[in-house]
Design a binder for this molecule. Structure first.
Ligand code: GLA
Length: 709
C-alpha cells in the first residue's frame, strides 16, 4: 500500500489583486503549489473554486510509486529526495529523527493561515504562519517546538518556496567590500544553484535574496519571484530544479550541528521568509518589497547627513571639526555625524574598540563642545560605534579576554586588527548596553552609526545574531528617539532582519558615483531607496581614485538618503554653491522621493541607466545616466511605460550642476524647449529622444501632471 497517495485538498487561497497563494495538503502534508498572478478578481473571490487536480502531476516511471509532494518543510518521510527542510537530533544522537509532520490544525483568517504540524511519535511540532497582506508580499514564519522531555538539536531549518516551473533564470546580488550588491544572472534549467553565507553577518559577498524569473525577465517584463530571508547571520538559499519538476527555492538559516539545541518545552523560530511576485518584471517585484518595509518603518523626514569619516578620518580635533560643522550648516546639512576616532585609545584602527569612553586626550571637555556647536547651528548630532568588536589593544580586552569570541580559539584570527565579542553572553551585552546607554543619556545624540567591520569565523552565528538583535532592541526601547544605521564596512549587513531595527543602511564604503549606481541599483531591488545612505563625496573618490563632476555625484546620491562625505573646508565657492543647490533640491523633493514608487527603467542600450520615482498621477523624477561611451550616436529613446495612463505631462530637464552634453550640433528639441508638454502615452510608447551625453554624466527629468482648470 502506498502512503501519501491521497487526494490533494486545497486548504486556503491567500489573495490580493496582484498575487494568489494556494495552500494545499496531501495526506495532511502542508505544501504550497502556487505563488503567482492573482487567479480571480475581488468580485469573484467568494465563489472562486480551485480544482485541486491541477496540482497533482501523476507518477512517472523510474522513480517512486508515489507522487512527491514538495512540502513547505520537505522531509524524506514524504518521499522528498532533495535537501530536507528540517533535520533534528535527539539528545546528542547522530542520526536525524525520521520526522513525519502532518497538519493537525488549521486556522484561517482573511489574509493569514495558521497551521500546526505535528509529529506525535517524536514529540515535535511546528507552528506555521502564512500571510499575504495588502503590501503584496507573502511571508512565511515557523516555530519548531520541542514537546519531549529531552533536548532537540536542529541542524537544518529551511522553507521550500515554490516558484513557477517556467522560472528560467536566477539573479543574485553580491560582490565585495566597496563594490556590493552587483547583479549576477545564471540560467536555471535542471540544476541546483546554491548560496551559502558563513561569514556570520549578511555579508558583502552575497545578499540573502534571490530573484527567479521567466527567461530574459527585465525591469518591466517577465514573471519574477523574489525570495528573501529576514536574517543577519549565516544563511543558505538553494534554487532546486532537480528534485522535482516543480522549481522551488529553499531558504533558511545555515546552522552548524548542535548550534541550536532546544531544551524541553522550548522552541526555535525560523527567520521569516519574505516572498514577492510580479508579473511585470523586476522593478514591480522590488516595489512589493519596498512597500513591505515601508509599512514597518516609522515615517520620518530623513535629514541630510554630513559624515566626518572621509573628511578627517581619525584626526579628531575640536577646532577643525567645529569649522567643519559650521561649513556643513552653511551648505544645508541637518545632521552632523562624528565617525570613528572619538573614544579611548582610538587614534588609528589598531586600538580602542571596546573602550566606549570619550577620549579625553582628544576631547578634553568631552563631546559637549562639539555637540553644543552642532546644535547651535540647528543640526542634529550623530555618533559612530562598533559595539560587537574589541581590539586586543584595549582596556576591555585586557580586563576580559574571555569575552572575545575568537579569543577562545588557540590561534585567533584578526580582521582589521580586531576580534569579535561574544554577544551570546549576557554580561557582554550588559556592558555594551551600559556604555552606549550612558553616552546616549549624557549627550544629545540623535543617531548612531552602528558598524561591524570584520566577518566571523568558526561557522556559528545563531546566538551572535540573536545577541546583536537583543542589544539593539534594548537600546531602541530605551532610546526611542535615536535613529540607528546599519553599517558593516559599508553594505555588509543589509537585510530585513536588521531593517526592522534601523532606519538607514550605509550601502558601501565606495562613494564613487559610477560604482554607486551599480551598488544602489542592486540594493534597490529589495530595499527602499530612502533607507540607502547615499553620500556626495569629494571630486576624487577615495576608494577608486576616479574623478566625477558634482552634477553626476549629486544625481546619483539623490536617489537615496542624502548625505555628504567630503572635507567642506576645502571647497571653492563654486563647489559650495553647487552643493548647496543640490541639497536644496533634495529637501524640496525628498517627501516625494521617499514615499512614491521607485523603478529602474528598461533601455536597450546597457550603457544607459534610467531610474526614478513616480506617483500614480504621473508626477515623476528620474535620472538618466550615460555610464560609459555607448556604441552609437543616437541611442534609443527613453521610454517610461509607467506613465502610459498619466494624461498630459510637463517634461523638464534639470541639472544638479553644469550640463554635460556630448558634442551636439543640435540637442533634441524637447531639451532646448524644456519644459515642454507631452502625453503619458507618447512617453510610454514612443519615448523621448536620448541626447548624447558624456560618459559618467547624468541629467534629471521631472514629469508633472498638467492641471486643467
Ligand atoms: C567602516 C565604515 C566606514 C567608517 C569606518 C570607520 O569602514 O564602513 O564608513 O565608519 O569603518 O572606521
Amino acid at each position: 500500500m502506498n502512503l501519501m497517495s491521497g487526494a490533494i485538498r486545497v486548504i486556503d487561497h491567500l489573495w490580493n489583486e496582484h498575487t494568489s497563494v494556494i495552500v494545499a495538503a496531501r495526506d495532511d502534508i502542508l505544501f504550497i503549489p502556487y505563488i503567482g498572478p492573482s487567479l480571480c478578481s475581488a468580485d469573484e473571490f467568494d465563489t472562486f473554486r480551485i480544482d485541486s487536480s491541477f496540482f497533482a502531476r501523476g507518477i512517472v516511471g523510474g522513480g517512486l510509486d508515489i507522487e512527491v509532494t514538495p512540502a513547505l518543510i520537505p522531509l524524506p518521510s514524504q518521499a522528498w529526495t532533495g535537501t530536507p527542510g528540517l533535520e533534528v537530533f535527539r539528545d546528542g544522537t547522530l542520526v536525524p529523527l525520521d520526522l513525519r509532520l502532518t497538519a493537525t490544525s488549521w486556522d484561517k483568517e482573511i489574509d493569514e493561515l495558521f497551521c500546526v504540524l505535528t509529529d506525535a511519535t517524536h514529540n515535535v511540532s511546528v507552528d506555521v504562519l502564512l500571510s499575504l497582506k495588502e503590501t503584496n508580499v507573502f511571508t512565511i514564519d515557523a516555530t519548531v517546538k520541542n514537546l519531549s522531555d529531552g533536548t532537540l538539536a536542529i541542524s537544518t531549518a529551511h522553507f521550500n518556496v515554490p516558484v513557477g516551473d517556467h522560472a528560467a533564470e536566477v539573479m543574485t546580488l553580491g560582490g565585495r567590500h566597496a563594490m556590493e550588491a552587483v547583479q549576477q544572472r545564471t540560467p536555471w534549467e535542471r540544476a541546483r544553484i546554491s548560496l551559502e553565507n558563513r561569514s556570520g553577518r549578511t555579508s558583502h559577498e552575497q545578499l540573502g535574496v534571490v530573484f527567479a524569473g521567466t527567461s530574459g525577465f527585465t525591469e518591466q517584463t517577465g514573471g519574477v519571484w523574489g525570495v528573501h530571508l529576514a536574517w543577519s547571520g549565516n544563511f543558505r538559499i538553494m534554487c532546486d530544479g532537480v528534485t522535482d519538476t516543480r522549481k522551488t527555492i529553499q531558504i533558511g538559516e545555515l546552522l552548524q550541528p548542535n548550534e541550536v539545541v532546544v531544551p524541553p518545552a522550548e522552541s526555535y523560530a525560523f527567520p521569516r521568509a519574505v516572498v514577492s511576485y510580479s508579473r511585470n518584471g523586476l522593478s514591480e517585484c522590488s516595489q512589493n518589497f519596498h512597500e513591505y518595509i515601508r509599512s514597518r518603518q516609522p515615517h520620518i523626514q530623513r535629514p541630510v547627513v554630513l559624515n566626518t569619516w572621509e573628511a578627517v578620518y581619525f584626526n579628531h580635533d575640536l577646532e577643525t571639526l567645529s569649522s567643519l560643522a559650521t561649513a556643513a550648516a552653511e551648505v544645508g546639512i541637518e545632521r552632523f555625524v562624528l565617525d570613528d576616532g572619538w573614544f579611548n585609545g582610538r587614534r588609528n584602527d589598531t586600538a580602542g574598540l571596546g573602550d566606549w569612553y570619550v577620549d579625553e586626550s582628544v576631547w578634553p571637555q568631552g563631546l559637549n563642545p562639539i555637540i553644543s556647536h552642532v546644535r547651535s547651528l540647528g543640526m542634529e548630532f550623530g555618533l559612530w560605534f562598533e559595539p560587537e568588536m574589541v581590539n586586543p589593544n584595549s582596556e576591555l580586552f585586557r580586563a576580559h579576554p574571555e569575552w572575545a569570541l575568537d579569543g577562545a580559539l588557540a590561534h585567533p584570527i584578526l580582521g582589521r586588527n580586531q576580534l569579535v565579542l561574544d554577544l551570546s553572553r549576557a554580561d557582554v551585552r550588559e556592558y555594551l548596553f551600559q556604555r552606549i546607554d550612558a553616552l546616549l543619556s549624557e549627550y544629545e545624540i540623535a543617531y548612531v552609526k552602528w558598524d561591524h567591520n570584520r566577518p566571523l569565523i568558526g561557522g556559528a552565528s545563531h546566538q551572535q545574531t540573536q545577541g546583536f538583535y537583543a542589544l539593539l532592541d534594548q537600546l531602541n526601547q530605551c532610546h526611542p528617539n535615536v535613529q540607528f544605521e546599519s553599517c558593516a564596512s559599508g553594505g555588509g549587513r543589509i537585510d530585513f532582519g536588521v531593517a526592522d531595527r534601523v532606519n538607514r543602511f550605509w550601502a558601501s564604503d565606495s562613494i564613487d558615483a559610477l560604482d554607486r549606481l551599480e551598488i544602489q541599483k542592486g540594493l534597490s531591488t529589495f530595499i527602499p531607496i530612502e533607507m540607502l545612505g547615499s553620500h556626495i563625496g569629494s571630486p576624487t573618490c577615495h576608494t577608486t581614485g576616479r574623478k566625477h563632476a558634482l552634477s553626476f555625484r549629486a544625481a546619483t546620491a539623490l536617489f537615496g538618503w542624502l548625505g555628504v562625505e567630503w572635507n567642506l573646508l576645502n571647497l571653492t565657492d563654486k563647489e559650495k554653491n553647487a552643493l548647496t543647490s543640490a541639497i536644496v533640491f533634495y529637501k524640496q523633493n525628498r517627501a516625494f522621493l521617499h514615499s512614491e514608487t521607485f523603478a529602474r527603467v528598461d533601455h536597450p542600450d546597457t550603457s544607459i541607466d534610467i531610474r526614478g520615482v513616480y506617483s500614480p498621477c504621473g508626477d515623476g523624477l528620474f535620472s538618466v545616466t550615460r555610464l560609459h561611451s555607448g556604441p552609437s550616436n543616437h541611442s534609443a529613446p527613453l521610454r517610461f511605460p509607467m506613465l502610459k495612463d498619466a494624461g498630459e505631462l510637463t517634461v523638464e530637464v534639470i541639472h544638479l550642476g553644469a550640463p554635460r552634453w556630448a558634442l551636439h550640433r543640435a540637442l533634441p528639441q524637447w531639451i532646448t524647449d524644456s519644459p515642454t508638454t507631452m502625453s503619458g502615452t507618447l512617453l510610454a510608447n514612443v519615448g523621448l529622444p536620448m541626447p548624447s551625453l558624456l560618459p559618467e554624466s547624468s541629467f534629471l527629468l521631472r514629469f508633472s501632471q498638467v492641471m486643467h482648470s
